[in-house]
Design a protein. Structure first.
Length: 339
């Protein structure tokens, strides 16, 4: 069975084709980074309009790369939420229209479920159950993943997500949007992380919740109180990055111990951070656990994770021909545990 995945939840248009027997056939992606860079963040209306411009050409490209025609697709999977309502509507419109025109089922996929399952696209891959650290621009959560659709939230951020804190701190340092990758690159040039002492919020909170807004505020204070040179900026970036990695690592390891699980999955855009990967690999190895990361291209939003999540649901639950769509809905807010 071939599933067409459509991802339009925010500022990346992702399309993919996944075969339940042969794996990922193709995936295409268009990022709106240049459009939103001028404004220092995502502008929802611009994001929606740009999805409209690119979603159909990307579908055609994915079909061409997979060397199949549209009539060979057996099901559509689109991101129903959470995300920007206008952007989600683009994927919902296209997905529902294709479902109706082709007479095939459509699957509503939770964006975070796509991220949680994305490491299963790689080899080796984890087996259920496992602990997931979902860390992105909009979410920082620790989740016990028992099976497809069986998710238990253990803790989450009470304010800014880690990726959001990266972007805001990068902006304070004068870096372009999106700032996470730029800040990580600047941190590589830092050599004096101990020179700037930054807090580790909620490090000893006794639970698995996170907080990053205070860390960002501490950076703002440092910048106001120091003469900022390139080296000082690099040292601040390094200190900030190490603080975030400390928090994410310690909470994740504690959750592994408490749950008795031995597999940690890291998903989301921040999961592409090289230093975070190195630290988690080292620490999990030392405790006899295993950490899994998606391929770098699948860390940020992409169609492959949506097509794959749709295929996994088809294999687990079967496919219901009554799922043909005459109307569609999106969920800008959607609790993962309600699946």
């Amino acid at each position: 069975m071939i599933v067409l995945g459509i991802e339009t939840s925010c500022d990346e248009t992702g399309i993919a084709l996944y075969h339940t027997e042969h794996g990922l056939l193709s995936h295409t992606l268009y990022s709106q980074t240049e459009i939103h860079n001028e404004y220092g963040g995502v502008v929802p209306e611009l994001a929606s309009r740009d999805h409209i411009r690119h979603v159909v050409p990307l579908i055609k490209q994915a079909l061409k790369e997979a060397n199949i025609c549209l009539k060979e697709v057996n099901a559509i999977a689109y991101t129903q939420g959470p995300g920007l309502a206008g952007a989600l509507l683009v994927g919902a419109c296209i997905g529902s229209a294709l479902s109706f025109a082709l007479g095939i089922p459509v699957l509503h996929i939770h964006h975070l479920e796509g991220h949680l399952l994305s490491p299963l696209l790689s080899t080796p891959s984890p087996t259920f159950p496992f602990l997931a650290l979902l860390v992105s621009g909009g979410h920082t959560q620790l989740i016990r993943v028992n099976d497809i659709g069986q998710y238990v939230l253990l803790g989450e951020t009470v304010d800014d997500a880690a990726g959001e804190a990266f972007d805001k701190t990068a902006k304070l340092l004068g870096l372009d949007y999106p700032g996470g990758r730029a800040l990580a690159a600047l941190a590589e040039q830092g050599g004096r992380s101990s020179h700037f002492k930054l807090p580790r919020p909620m490090r000893h909170s006794g639970d698995f919740n996170f907080s990053f807004s205070g860390l960002k505020t501490a950076v703002s204070t440092l910048i106001k109180n120091h003469k900022i040179t390139h080296q000082v900026s690099a040292d601040i970036a390094l200190s900030f990055q190490e603080a975030v990695i400390d928090i994410l690592t310690e909470k994740s390891l504690s959750a592994l111990v408490q749950t008795g699980l031995s597999q940690l999955v890291v998903a989301g855009g921040v999961g592409a951070n090289i230093q975070l990967r190195k630290r988690l690999f080292r620490e999990t190895t030392n405790m006899g656990a295993t950490v899994f990361f998606p391929e770098f291209e699948f860390c940020t939003d992409n169609g492959a994770m949506i097509a794959f999540a749709g295929a996994m649901r088809v294999q687990k639950q079967g496919i219901n021909c009554q799922q043909l769509m005459n109307s569609f809905t999106v969920r800008a807010r959607w609790d993962l545990e309600t699946l």
